[in-house]
Design a protein around this ligand. Sequence first.
Ligand code: PDD
Length: 295
Amino acid sequence: MPRFVYLNGQYVDHSNAFIHAEDRGFLFGDAVYEVIACIHGHLADEVGHLDRLKRSLNELKMEMPVERETLRFLMRELLRKNKQKNAAIYIQISRGSAKRDFKFPDVDTPQTLLMISSDFDYDGNVGVVKGIRVKTVPDIRWKRRDIKTVLLLPQSMAKQSAVDDGLDDVFMLDKDGFITEASASNAWIVNKEGTLITRPVTHDILKGITRTAIEKLCRDENIKIEERAFKPEEAYEAIEAFTTSATALVTPVVEINGHKIADGKRGKITQKIYEEYRAYVDGLRGKQVSWESGL
Ligand code: PDD
């Protein structure tokens, strides 16, 4: 079956989707992206992801290359052409291609808009049930982690180093030893009182769309959340830990730096939040929340 990629106004065959050699995303990492889950045909938190995309572009003085409604249509058309009901949709927008120069090119330079939809088995995601094992590494990223840019080399190196150690992921540490987030997801712990703890939203982390939705679900379910930074030592004592993202959804963290979290299995609170989140995505919990930048 042919597989399509959307690139600059066309649905092209996956094996023929090429970006120009002087694309600024390629040369400078001058591009932003989003990943949106399509689960059983429902686009999870589409509004939030498109809000954040606009904000990321805005922070880098770029425009949306097409109207929001057009983008929504193009995404659905891509899924339809690829006959996908369960997929991760990747959207990347770069400042376009221009002669290599550190200053931005003319504002009328056409931007590059790329969309890739990849099959994703959300129901068969083993990590969500069995949990993942992580280690801590220094967070060596730039200081605007709130912007979802394609500058992902630090996260890629960190993740590879975890894999080289037979682990699944990392928790990154700021210069004071507090956990910022995982390589591509937000980090949470649950203390003995059953309160969730997660780092507040600043320029230090990406404000996850999944994180925002879960905050709202927890308010509805009377689960307390404390927004503050925490250190690995506190996480070792937690009764549960998990990460959240568009693809990981709600994934238990069962080991940190060799310390088992509780009994090393998915905890009840993590499971409940996962189930509530899935019900929310499936539209069983009313309207999905919008994402405001608030930064
Ligand atoms: N990553 N923090 C970082 C550094 C991320 O890259 C992501 C998402 C998140 C969670 O954000 P959200 O809940 O909106 O997916 C937090 C995506 C999935 C990726 O890069 O593939």
